[in-house]
Ligand binder design. Structure first.
Ligand SMILES: *Cc1c(COP(=O)(O)O)cnc(C)c1O
Ligand code: SF4
Length: 322
């Protein structure tokens, strides 16, 4: 089968340190790369300012020495997700919604990611396993929303996503189909005709939660694509991670919210405190600073443009305020 346009763009991805070093005049760290491999699509690289070691998009993807120092309190599985998985590939932490792990891979490897050590091989997905997940959802009438997550669910082929969406729509108590994805942020072409067909083609209410951390991630191509999603009835939300030196100041977060809403028709949803995953300690923002940022933002933006500042605490029945 020939590759779709978005797959061709995705294939232009940098996986080796030398190419990255040459392209951006930076020095990636070898051991850090070994602990979590480099993966950066060229579409992402284009948005980085060359020669600026502090570029906020560069810092999200560059392997650095701090990743390989052990910091107490930063663990391999900070969210205890293994315990929330009644069957492989399905997480049921919060009463009304389940999360399906559609794939273990992402289009980009973010250095701060809480899944950087996630045992995806334990959640390998196949036909038979989706059958079990569907049965589980059907047997739990309290579930009204299914979230396609990952990794990045939009790396799964459209025919599989379509089939699953259709099966989920046959379960009467499910009302919403949600996707958590970062792929369209750098490859808007992913939202093509086939995508629209399955995502807006069932009785389920389509919701897409993007993951954008910094206003520089938003360009006119992305904005245009997002507005077209909105016009087709897809509700658009954004979640960010609060990252030291990247978006931990009020002006950056204000600009982000404004660009999300005015340019892209996306509403800010969550800003997550960093999950304490091994290798990401240098991205952590102090809780007191986060609380102050929240206060400041409330003074700068309309209420609906202020994302909720949340953290995930294992065993709780929802994400919690700071
Ligand atoms: C974050 C999360 C959800 C979604 O939670 P919302 O607060 O509805 O956005 C669902 N399931 C799991 C396992 C999650 O981690
Ligand atoms: S896209 Fe999301 S899940 Fe994938 S590496 Fe980045 S933060 Fe992690």
């Amino acid at each position: 089968m020939s590759k779709k346009p978005w797959q061709k763009i995705l294939a232009e991805t940098i996986n080796d340190l030398e190419t990255l070093a040459k392209l951006l005049q930076v020095q990636p760290h070898e051991l850090a790369h070994q602990s979590f491999p480099l993966k950066i699509p060229k579409a992402w690289i284009k948005k980085i300012e060359k020669g600026n070691a502090q570029d906020p998009l560069l810092r999200q993807i560059l392997p650095v020495a701090e990743e390989v120092t052990n910091i107490p309190g930063f663990e391999l599985d900070p969210l205890k997700e293994r315990e929330a998985s009644p069957i492989p590939g399905l997480l049921h932490k919060y009463q009304s919604r389940v999360l399906l792990i559609m794939t273990g891979i992402c289009g980009i490897n973010c250095r701060y990611c809480f899944r950087r050590n996630f045992p995806y091989e334990e959640h390998r997905t196949g036909q038979q396993q989706w059958q079990k997940a569907l049965e589980y959802i059907a047997e739990h009438p309290e579930i009204n929303e299914v979230v396609f997550s990952g990794g990045d669910p939009l790396l799964a082929p459209d025919n599989i996503l379509a089939k699953l969406a259709q099966k989920i729509a046959e379960i009467h108590h499910v009302k919403t189909l949600r996707i958590h994805t970062r792929l369209p942020v750098f490859i808007p072409e992913r939202c093509d005709k086939d995508f629209f067909q399955w995502f807006t083609g069932t009785r389920l209410k389509p919701v897409m939660v993007l993951h954008i951390n910094h206003p520089n991630e938003i360009d006119t191509k992305l904005a245009k694509k997002m507005r077209s999603l909105k016009k087709r009835g897809i509700s658009l939300l954004n979640q960010s991670v609060l990252l030291k030196g990247i978006n931990d100041d009020a002006q950056t977060l204000k600009t982000l919210s404004e660009k999300l809403f005015f340019d892209c028709d996306i509403l800010p949803y969550y800003i997550h405190a960093l999950d304490k995953v091994k290798g990401a300690a240098h991205f952590e923002v102090e809780k007191s600073q986060a609380l102050q940022l929240q206060q400041e933002l409330q003074g700068l933006l309309a209420g609906y443009l202020v994302p909720k500042f949340v953290q995930e605490i294992p065993g709780e029945n929802s994400k919690k305020g700071l």
